[in-house]
Design a binder for this molecule. Structure first.
Ligand code: ADP
Ligand code: ZN
Length: 437
């Protein structure tokens, strides 16, 4: 028998900036030494003449080239795996390859253990304990939200329910029968789950023990989160990760819900201007660039995530010193341009979620109408709302007006009944661009 393992490590989580940077420099040098044993980095780094000795301070990282998704694809499948580590690789994950090869990430047992530690640490931070029952509604398999959370929650010692994706009535039965207290779900699935409770006539607030939701893997606004929290009567914490950086457990909100702590003992974080590739000023939005510091089989250095975020300036009330990033507002490629205006889906979601008559599911369609581009936004109403036509018309007008103020273009807003938009398995697709390319 042993006591409860505490996954709060103040010696690491509250290190001074100086100590963090010292650790990062040491680990970065080790990472470079390890990475240059892979065919990809060996070729890249010898071409420009950089190696571990290039690094004497943290800012020297800027002397190293970026690694892009295209690099990973071009080296498919094993070009970034360190020589001699191939036999030590025990699992690979791959992220969806919509075009060309998918990207493949290989993990040694050490890499998996470190990943599980980060997830356990993140879960502990938001109050998950070994007495909790943790249900995971993520797809298992190649999607890292499945196994990533699974091993992290097991390491923490929670009772895990690997329910996997879909089958809402079964999820609900498990939540009730096993007294699930914590659930991990992608934000778009939480609304289906909530609808499921409503349809089954179960009051999720009174008839379940759910107290914590972990939501992530896709962009969502704070307004959407608040809706989710109100629906479930539980706290919802933002979880950020990507397969290339292992998966969940890269950055996580603490209980103050004011930005996501990024685990700086395991990653070097940079935010750069996507055009100039120079660091942005603290607090300014740019592209997140990440370097792994504790991966053996397949280290990745200065990975351009294409995710847009900013550093939250100042100290966090929780006392952790690892820097916080703001919720990711999307990938640079989520942005669409209509009539010369750059628009992010999250700008639209933010406005929609302000209306309590609106549910959480919506779909943005952009199409050529005559010689013009038109934005159509279909929005599901929530359960409680009236079918009084004049009220709906008024609501539609009000939403259109607020959207125009936000995106400077007048969209066509269509209010549709709940559950009438296509349900997606996996991550929600918010935008459908039907324009001729
Ligand atoms: P895929 O590329 O197939 O979607 P991943 O699971 O690796 O595979 O996706 C990681 C991406 O998902 C991130 O780069 C980011 O764009 C998005 N993402 C993950 N977590 C969040 C989050 N909490 N908020 C916003 N976006 C997120
Ligand atoms: Zn904090």
């Amino acid at each position: 028998m042993h006591g409860e393992t505490i996954y709060y490590q103040p010696a690491i989580e509250t290190m001074s900036r100086e100590e963090i940077e010292k650790l990062q420099v040491k680990r970065l040098k080790e990472t470079i030494t390890q990475a240059t044993k892979s065919p990809f980095y060996r070729a890249e780094y010898s071409k420009i003449g950089v190696d571990a000795s290039t690094i004497t301070s943290i800012n020297d990282i800027r002397k190293l080239p970026f690694t892009t998704k295209a690099d990973l694809r071009d080296s498919y499948p094993f070009g970034l795996v360190v020589d001699g580590m191939k036999d030590k690789v025990v699992r690979l994950h791959s992220s969806s390859g919509t075009t060309g090869h998918p990207t493949v990430i290989c993990h040694s047992q050490h890499d998996l253990d470190q990943w599980a530690m980060r997830v356990a640490r993140s879960l502990y931070m938001v109050g998950v304990r070994e007495t909790d029952v943790f249900q995971n509604s993520s797809g298992y398999g190649m999607f890292t939200g499945g196994l990533g959370f699974q091993y992290g929650a097991e390491k923490l010692g929670a009772l895990t329910v690997p329910a996997a994706a879909g089958n809402t009535p079964r999820q609900i039965k498990f939540i009730q029968d096993f007294d699930t207290t914590v659930i991990h779900a992608i934000p778009s699935y939480t609304s289906r789950l909530y609808e499921g409770f409503v349809e089954m006539g179960i009051d999720v607030k009174k008839e379940t023990n759910l107290k914590i939701l972990l939501i992530g893997a896709e962009p969502h606004t704070d307004e959407q989160r608040k809706k989710i929290e109100a629906n479930f009567g539980a706290k919802a914490y933002n979880s950020f990760g990507l397969s290339e950086m292992s998966g969940p457990g890269v950055a996580f909100e603490c209980t103050y819900q004011d930005g996501l702590h990024i685990w700086e003992d395991c990653y070097i974080v940079e935010i750069v201007n996507p055009e100039t590739l120079e660091p942005v000023a603290d607090g300014e939005i740019g592209e997140l660039v990440l370097t792994t510091l504790d991966r053996d089989a397949m280290p990745i250095i200065r990975y351009r995530t294409r995710d847009l975020t900013r550093f939250i300036v100042g100290d966090c009330a929780c006392g952790r010193t690892h820097r916080r990033i703001d919720r990711v507002k999307g990938r640079s490629d989520d942005m669409f341009i209509v009539k010369g205006v750059n628009i992010f889906p999250m700008q639209i979601e933010k406005v929609l979620m302000e209306f309590e008559q609106i549910g959480t599911n919506y779909l943005i369609t952009i199409a050529n109408v005559g010689s013009n581009d038109e934005i159509k936004i279909e929005v599901e109403l929530n359960t409680m709302f009236t079918d009084d036509y004049s009220k709906l018309e008024k609501l539609g007008k009000e939403i259109t007006r607020k959207l125009r103020d936000e995106i400077l273009i007048t969209p066509k807003v269509l209010l549709v009944g709940k559950n009438s938009l296509p349900q997606q398995d996996g991550k929600a697709v918010r935008v459908s661009d039907l324009r001729d390319k």
